[in-house]
Structures are given as structure tokens and as C-alpha cells.
Design a protein around this ligand. Structure first.
Ligand SMILES: Cc1cc2nc3c(=O)[nH]c(=O)nc-3n(C[C@H](O)[C@H](O)[C@H](O)COP(=O)(O)O)c2cc1C
Length: 310
């Protein structure tokens, strides 16, 4: 492998959380020329979100419809390593991330190039990573590591707190007693530790063990509950997205369908999921532990057959 000299580091963030994770991750890198890019869509997504806009982005997120991005000025036409940081929206890459992954100039820069993906999520990044992975592989990129950051609080609690954050624009405690939303300060800071691991790998000129080291740290939290929910939910999101995009002939119709989706989402998240999870934990998990652990390893280590792991 050629010595790594030029590194492209690229992220989009509304609140600044993902930029901070990314900046911490690259802080320990020495002796490399870093091209740090923060990209944006031409028409910005609102932050704080209005409730209407927040739910209205579901169909286009799930259908992975790109939007125009502001012109990106790259320092080089090729890099020795690309660090691509993104966030999931509705179990899919965020629309800005999808747009970047559809951009010819960016795709040309990941061709035949090692890529590290960083994720700043609530706690559900599995489906979006499958999508990102296949787009990177299709463009000829080589994924060498994936480091997801997530909110470690209980699933329903983190949904309430993140919604409060997204709709208010303030990363504060809802009702004063709920936990802070999003990725914890401690985990955001810990990105530096992984940057040190990357720095050593660059020094040794060997990225092949990077993902094993990230996984061995025990930092990446992945529960059977999240695997279970993500598997079921994406299929349902796809159905909703297809219905909404097909039947929204007028704005009024679209608003009505988005509103129906919103109530479905709240019912699924706060009523159906807890009941189903209770049965799943009592009756299924004890008998399928081995399979679940195998699946977990595949997600953590990015080692499925589609992924050329160097
Ligand atoms: C419209 C929308 C949908 C989201 N959907 C998901 C999701 O499916 N899974 C997840 O883990 N986080 C989800 N999040 C949280 C984001 O991935 C991200 O963590 C949060 O928006 C902060 O990112 P920022 O750095 O862009 O501010 C969603 C956020 C938004 C705004």
C-alpha cells in the first residue's frame, strides 16, 4: 500500500455534533495533509426543524433522492484516504449524505481509495450503513472501517429527547430531568482515542486491522433490540415512502399522508415496539442468542460478502 499523505475529511451537520465528532477523530493525525470539508445543500434544511418539515423529509430520505449541493472545492483530485462522516435520517443516509454519494466529483475521489465512515446517529445506523456501503463499493471505494457514534440511552427515551432537540434547536434536558439528547460529550471526546488508533495505523501504513481494533475497544454498542427493530422498520418505512410519493398529487394530500405516517410512527415506537420487544426478549432472544451474536459481528465488523475489506 502507498504511504498515506493526503486525507479528505468531509461532513455535513446541522447542530454541529457530527462536525465535532469528526474534528476530534482527526485531531491526533500527524504528518498527513488534511483537506477538511464541511459541505451543505443549496437549500438548507431547517434547524431547529418545524414538526411539519421534520416528518416531511421521510419519503425523500428513504427513497434516497439527492438534492443539489453547494459547490465543493477540493484541494486534490485524488486522496490516499477518505473519511466520510454522515448521519442517518429515517434509517437511510441523510439527504445531504445521499446527495454527496450521488455526486460524480466525490465518487471519483473515492474510487480505488480506502474509506472510513463515521456516523453520528441516535441509535439506528445499520440500514443506512448498508446503503452507504453499497454506494461506496459501487463507486470502487474500499471501506476499511466504520465507527458509529450513538445515544446510549434507552430507545424510547432517546427518541423523545432527540425530537425535543431537533424541534427546539437546543441540546438540553427535556423536562429538566430526562438525559441530554444525542451523542454524549464523553463519547464525542472519545473520538480522539480512535483518531490515535488511526494515526498509528497510518504511521504503520496498515489499515487492515483498524476495524478489528475499533470493535475490540467495546465502544460500539449494538443491542439485539436495535437489530430487530431496524430489520422490521425499514421495510415499513419503504412502504410508507412509496405510498406518500405515489399518492401526493396535491400538497393537501401530501400533508394528510405525512400526518398519517407521523401517527403511525408514534404508535409503532411508543406502543407496538415495547409490547413486541417484551415478547421478543422473553420468548425469542434466549433461543436465538448465537444467531444474534453472529449478526452483530457482521454489522460491527463490516465483514459481509459485499464489502471488500482490505
Ligand atoms: C429527519 C431526521 C431523521 C433522523 N432519523 C434517524 C434515524 O433513523 N436513526 C438515527 O439513529 N438517528 C436519526 N436521526 C438523528 C441524526 O442521525 C443525527 O444524530 C442528529 O440529527 C444530529 O446530527 P447533526 O450532526 O446533523 O446535528 C434523525 C435526525 C433527523 C433530523
Amino acid at each position: 500500500m502507498d504511504k498515506i499523505r493526503n486525507v479528505l475529511v468531509i461532513s455535513y451537520s446541522q447542530s454541529g455534533q457530527l462536525h465535532e465528532i469528526t474534528d476530534n477523530f482527526i485531531q491526533p493525525l500527524q504528518d498527513v495533509d488534511i483537506d477538511r470539508i464541511k459541505y451543505d445543500p443549496v437549500d438548507p434544511y431547517p434547524f431547529p426543524w418545524t414538526s411539519a418539515a421534520f416528518f416531511d423529509t421521510m419519503p425523500e430520505s428513504v427513497l434516497e433522492k439527492p438534492v443539489p449541493l453547494k459547490k465543493i472545492s477540493y484541494k486534490y483530485s485524488k486522496y490516499d484516504l477518505v473519511i466520510f462522516a454522515y448521519q442517518p435520517w429515517y434509517l437511510s443516509p441523510s439527504i445531504p449524505a445521499t446527495s454527496l454519494l450521488s455526486d460524480k466529483e466525490f465518487l471519483a475521489r473515492i474510487e480505488k481509495t480506502p474509506v472510513i465512515t463515521l456516523i453520528g446517529s441516535r441509535n439506528m445506523w445499520l440500514n443506512s450503513q448498508e446503503s452507504v456501503k453499497s454506494r461506496i463499493i459501487e463507486a470502487g471505494g474500499i471501506i476499511v472501517a466504520n465507527l458509529p457514534f450513538a445515544d446510549r440511552n434507552q430507545n424510547q427515551i432517546s427518541a423523545i429527547t432527540i425530537l425535543h432537540w431537533m424541534l427546539s434547536g437546543r441540546k438540553v434536558r427535556k423536562y429538566r430531568f430526562l438525559p441530554l439528547p444525542g451523542v454524549s460529550d464523553k463519547d464525542i471526546f472519545a473520538a480522539k482515542d480512535f483518531g490515535k488508533i488511526l494515526n498509528l495505523a497510518i504511521y504503520m501504513n496498515d489499515l487492515t486491522k483498524l476495524q478489528d481494533e475499533f470493535v475490540a475497544s467495546g465502544f460500539i454498542d449494538l443491542t439485539a433490540e436495535i437489530i430487530f427493530i431496524e430489520k422490521k422498520a425499514k421495510r415499513l418505512f419503504r412502504i410508507w415512502a412509496a405510498i406518500i410519493s405515489k399518492y401526493s398529487k396535491t400538497q393537501t394530500r401530501r400533508r394528510l399522508l405525512i400526518s398519517a405516517y407521523k401517527y403511525y410512527l408514534f404508535t409503532a415506537l411508543f406502543i407496538i415496539a415495547p409490547i413486541v420487544m417484551l415478547f421478543y426478549k422473553l420468548l425469542i432472544i434466549p433461543f436465538t442468542l448465537k444467531r444474534i451474536n453472529r449478526e452483530k459481528q457482521v454489522y460491527l465488523r463490516q465483514i459481509d460478502s459485499k464489502c471488500p475489506y482490505i
